[in-house]
Design a protein around this ligand. Sequence first.
Ligand SMILES: NC(=O)c1ccc[n+]([C@@H]2O[C@H](COP(=O)([O-])OP(=O)(O)OC[C@H]3O[C@@H](n4cnc5c(N)ncnc54)[C@H](O)[C@@H]3O)[C@@H](O)[C@H]2O)c1
Length: 311
Amino acid sequence: MTVLDNFATGRVENLSVARDNPRLTVQRVDASRYADVQSFFDGAEWVFHLAALADIVPSIQQPRLYHEANVNGTIAALEAARRAGVRRFVYAASSSCYGIPELIPTPETSPAKPMYPYALTKYVGEQYVLHWSRVYGLPCVSLRLFNVYGPRSRTSGAYGAVFGVFLAQKLAGKPFTVVGDGTQSRDFTFVTDVVDAFVRAADSNVTGEALNVGSGNTYTVNYLVSLLGGDVVHIPKRPGEPDSTFADNARIRRLLGWRPKTRFEDGVRRMLENIGHWHDAPVWDAESIAAATREWFVHLGGRGEEHRENG
Ligand SMILES: NC(=O)c1ccc[n+]([C@@H]2O[C@H](COP(=O)([O-])OP(=O)(O)OC[C@H]3O[C@@H](n4cnc5c(N)ncnc54)[C@H](O)[C@@H]3O)[C@@H](O)[C@H]2O)c1
């Protein structure tokens, strides 16, 4: 197995569990540079394309950078895979393509309405993947991931996924910064279930499909807080964020026989067992979040009115 990563946001230590595996090689390359990555695809049977920049606020600040990594990176990977004649290409797409979904649970037939550049670039990447499947016959599957969480998930850098924010706050003895009233809910999907979906997709004959990968449940932020245990401060609700993400996962169940296996309560327990991993993570508070998300409100919230009203 060859891992290609420029470690823009990833950490090579995350692969230390497989350090002694003689079949693993790690190459530090930029996925958007076809000439640099192309030769590593030779002889590959399966491609799992996860390389991407994956934060919301930086994508609003630097849309061109996000396009380079997420769209150009996907075309480069598709072309390298096509040239190498791989058996299967599985793409990590995002449930953020649904924007604020009309239907809950949300099926794959729901309209795409990306609300910020990260979501747009991931959706455009998916369109390329499905197009390469139709036009060039490259056997591709796009997996639309819903709120993935698990040990070793990213801890550094931009303000983002709720687990990383809350675990660092818990370690520091600080209150959890709950957005709005905390009744918004997310389809938290444990990483091992996501890995299972990737392997099933690669090992199947399904091609040219976009499939939701979500637990098929939705849990409020307040419920997460009750499982983690701790005090709370409330911060303003943000424009462009859905009240609920909730996958209709009937299609992946039918086509791949996939079933989510990790109960949310067990997944949260696993996160707490691994909380030490967040020791060096930034500890956010209401003020630093307001500063970090300022442009979010400016660009998505009607030129800042919402920020002024709430903040
Ligand atoms: N975590 C989620 O909830 C979630 C939800 C939907 C989709 N996804 C998608 O899953 C994938 C993995 O996300 P993650 O949450 O593990 O994020 P992550 O930041 O931990 O992983 C992304 C990896 O891509 C690498 N990368 C970025 N730009 C690159 C480039 N130009 N060339 C090579 N490598 C590059 C980063 O260094 C990092 O290791 C991404 O494609 C993301 O869009 C994640």
